[in-house]
Write a protein that binds this ligand. Structure first.
Ligand SMILES: [Zn+2]
Length: 366
């Protein structure tokens, strides 16, 4: 199998990065279609106009309706075309990015991503999660290329609610362990190739950055300020996690997340929070050394990521619920099947309960 490595063409990050937006994207188009939900639009529109020296003929603003559906992608694509836009900018969170990536793909124009929260690694990846009009998961859409530019303004991200940053760290926590599984089992990454040394190195750096700077970053964000540790963690949650996952591959942790989405009790728990618990489940499933499991649990306890079922929305649970989760996690095509030696639904069910028991043990020994 050939190794394959892909990434966004340009990644820019730092305090007030948005004010230099124009110089980083002007080669990508002449007229930009700017998409954000109402809240984010209010927060960033002035900054975007300022970045373009108020040459507003280069900008067309349009509000996103909040759900990434085929109809919304189609609506925005038509509007971008009618307005003569030759590039699209998405500002906000995962659903906005997923939508503008779809518009860019179908309109065949460049896409620029500007996150206002660090909750997931969606900004750098070349895929969208598409929902149906009634809000149900519909399909993953994979694109032939990654976003053309990702602009991370750490001044904005430092002021976002801290829960988003912590969830972003949870999403990033799985990256190294999932990539390691793919390397060991010689599984394919998310871009249909073998894992390169570069891809694996990014995923390892992602984990090391979290352990080294996670707490410092969280405390800085609680106070709304940027410091080097927060910059490092933002890079880990946005770039290292996204590029690391695409090129390093996914394994059990993300399938465990997909499994828990079948339970409505977990609906309010964020993606990255469940991935953190899923990482613990993966380590139990693979019987990782106790030392490593303790490092992960310590990290979760330190930054406030969940390590028990109660913490992800299941203070009480029945074994049949956990069986439903395990069954969904083991559905055909799930990345959990990258686990060396394979897994069964029963093994996953057992690992979830054992991970929960470990989590409870450490939580109560504090
Ligand atoms: Zn994820």
């Amino acid at each position: 199998m050939l190794t394959v490595m892909r990434a966004p063409s340009r990644y820019v990050q730092g305090p007030n990065a948005l004010l230099q937006l124009k110089q980083h994207i002007e080669a990508l188009g002449n007229k930009f279609f700017v998409v954000a939900d109402g809240f984010v639009m209010n927060m960033t529109r002035d900054l975007i106009e300022q970045a373009f020296d108020h040459q507003t003929e280069q900008l067309v603003f349009e509000e996103f309706n909040g759900q990434c559906t085929i109809n919304e992608i189609e609506r925005l694509k038509e509007l971008a075309k009618q307005n003569g836009c030759d590039a699209i900018i998405g500002i906000g969170g995962g659903r906005t990015f997923d939508t503008v990536k779809g518009v860019a793909h179908f309109a065949n124009i460049p896409v620029i991503i500007i996150p206002t929260v660090a909750a997931t690694d969606a900004p750098c990846t070349a895929l969208s999660v598409i929902y149906s009009d009634d809000g149900k998961f519909d399909q993953y859409m994979f694109y032939p290329k990654n976003p053309d530019a990702v602009i991370v303004d750490s001044t904005i991200l430092a002021k976002a609610p801290v829960r988003f940053l912590v969830a972003g760290m949870g999403d990033a926590l799985g990256t190294y362990f999932e990539a390691r599984t793919c390397v060991n089992s010689k599984a394919m990454n998310l871009v249909a190739g073998g894992v390169s040394q570069a891809g694996f190195a990014l995923s390892k750096l992602c984990y090391e950055t979290l352990l080294r700077d996670g707490l410092k970053a969280k405390l800085a964000a609680e106070n709304g300020v940027t410091v080097p540790a927060l910059e490092n963690v933002l890079e880990a949650a946005t770039y290292l996690s996204g590029v690391g996952a695409e090129n390093g591959g996914l394994a059990a942790a993300h399938s465990i997340y997909n499994g828990f989405t079948v339970l409505e009790q977990c609906e309010k728990t964020m993606h990255g929070e469940i991935v953190a618990f899923g990482t613990l489940v993966q380590l139990v499933l693979e019987n990782s050394p106790m030392e490593e499991i303790e490092d992960v649990i310590d990290f979760c306890l330190t930054v406030g990521l969940p390590i028990t079922l109660a913490q992800i929305g299941l203070p009480e649970f029945h074994h049949d619920q956990i069986m439903r989760v395990a069954t969904a996690a083991c559905a055909e095509g799930e990345t959990i099947h990258n686990t060396l030696g394979g897994v069964t639904v029963d093994e996953v069910h057992n690992a979830i309960l054992a991970a929960n028991a470990l989590g409870e043990h450490y939580l109560h020994s504090l």
